[in-house]
Ligand binder design. Structure first.
Ligand code: ADP
Length: 431
């Protein structure tokens, strides 16, 4: 900083020496006092000038003309203010550009403070949610979008998955809401119009459900005739016998497939389970084990059930039963003879886990994320002979999702598999 303080000190000293000389010459201190008063008045005047200048828009006006240290002070202040003004303008331009690009987004953006009150949104969000700045600013989003799913989504903070909701403002529009936390606990809501995707998905579900339903009757007729033919011609002709028994087997498979497809369609079409009922787990799993092991009794698996006698789940008995039967059937199908199958319970602070373990062949890691997809089979050739439909784990996943539970699969080739069902606290009636 070019601040000529020495210039100013020299000016003060000169004034002092001159006034002292005059005082000495006149034998009076008045000249010195007058000189000091003059200097003080000059300083006050400069302060008044700088104050006046600062009170106007100082960066738009040249600073007052002055010499020495005061002149340098004015110039440096002016330069500082200009620089600050340029930075402010650049920042304002950046904010304006960001705001205009966010407004131009076709997806809706809503910013919420940490109390979930809306503090800003773009044009698309205003259209999709029907927001008005005059009345809705600083309103909690749940006052505007009155949907119990949104309420529990926000309460659970389960933001790793987006939430699908119908638009509260535009009829027949389906929204996908993704939430990210940022800053001091604020929320960034991204709203995407997924109506087309939703309609396609709905068409796919309806198509599969309708086809499965339509196939049911002809298949029942075919099965009936096959059984009649087997009764009529059983034992007459070896080749015919073989053909009829294979046809019967394949029609059984087709029926299982149709039943599983219809069951999945039912799970998907009703978003919530019917009124939850208590389900005593130990007797149920014992019964299901009898059913599951009956598909390969010759394997003589060793079965351990490590579950508290009083453990009771709360949910849809038929759906949970179907999920557990699928897991037990898989364990029986894929675990070699004399293998060990175990079902165990672990109580946690928030709910508990029901684990189905086996010491079967295990599954390679890269298959695990896709295992619950419909018809995904790591080894299609091998598994088709096991008589499965390829829908078992998809059913398990859907049943658990409907109970707000989660399926976690851990496995390694040669080290067996674990299918872990994480149940939240509301699903557990008693332990
Ligand atoms: P599938 O009718 O083929 O059994 P699932 O959806 O029940 O269909 O299972 C998908 C695939 O997951 C199976 O084909 C199999 O490869 C694998 N799998 C499921 N359970 C086990 C298990 N306990 N041990 C080894 N692999 C398993």
């Amino acid at each position: 900083m070019n601040f000529s303080i020495f210039h100013e000190i020299r000016r003060i000293l000169l004034l002092l020496v001159a006034s002292l000389l005059v005082s000495w010459y006149q034998h009076s201190l008045w000249p010195t006092a007058v000189a000091l008063l003059l200097y003080l008045s000059f300083t006050t005047w400069q302060l008044a000038r700088i104050n006046n200048w600062l009170l106007q828009q100082p960066e738009d006006w040249d600073p007052p003309e002055s010499s020495g240290a005061w002149g340098d002070l004015f110039d440096n202040l002016y330069r500082l203010l200009r620089r600050e003004k340029a930075q402010r303008e650049a920042l304002a331009e950046l904010i304006a550009r960001t705001e205009s690009s966010v407004s131009a987004l076709r997806d809706g953006v809503v910013i919420l403070d940490r109390w979930q009150r809306m503090t800003n949104w773009n044009q698309a969000a205003a259209l999709l949610l029907g927001l008005r700045r005059a009345t809705d600013m600083r309103q909690p989003i749940t006052n505007l979008v009155r949907n119990p799913d949104l309420l529990s989504y926000l309460r659970a903070e389960a933001f790793e998955r987006p939430l699908n909701l119908p638009s509260p403002h535009v009829p027949h529009v389906m929204l996908e809401i993704s939430v990210t936390r940022f800053g001091a606990g604020e929320y960034l809501f991204l709203l995407r119009d997924i109506t087309q995707l939703h309609q396609l998905e709905q068409m796919r579900k309806d198509f599969v459900a309708n086809v499965s339903h339509e196939l049911k009757t002809p298949l029942t007729v075919l099965k009936g005739y096959l059984e009649a033919l087997q009764d009529l011609h059983g034992g007459e002709h070896k080749t015919l016998d073989q053909a009829l028994s294979q046809m019967a087997q394949q029609s059984e498979r087709m029926q299982a497939l149709i039943n599983d497809l219809l069951f999945l369609a039912r799970l998907e079409s009703a978003p919530k389970i019917p009124a939850p009922e208590p389900l005593a787990l130990k007797p149920l799993l014992n019964k299901l084990w009898q059913e599951a092991q009956a598909i390969a009794p010759e394997k003589q698996h060793q079965f351990t059930l490590d579950i508290p006698d009083t453990l009771t789940l709360q949910g849809s008995p038929s759906e949970l039963q179907s999920a557990f039967l699928n897991l037990l059937t898989n364990a029986v199908k894929y675990t070699p003879a004399q293998g060990h199958i175990q079902v165990s319970w672990e109580a946690l602070n928030e709910g508990g886990t029901l684990t189905f373990s086996d010491n079967g062949p295990g599954i390679a890691k890269h298959h695990l994320p896709r295992l619950t997809e419909r018809f995904y089979r790591p080894d299609a050739g091998r598994e088709q002979h096991n008589g499965g439909t390829g829908l078992g784990l998809a059913i398990v996943k859907h049943v658990l999702i409907r109970h707000h539970a989660q399926l976690d699969i851990r496995s390694q080739p040669g080290a067996g598999s674990q299918f872990i069902c994480h149940f939240p606290a509301p699903c557990i009636a008693n332990t």
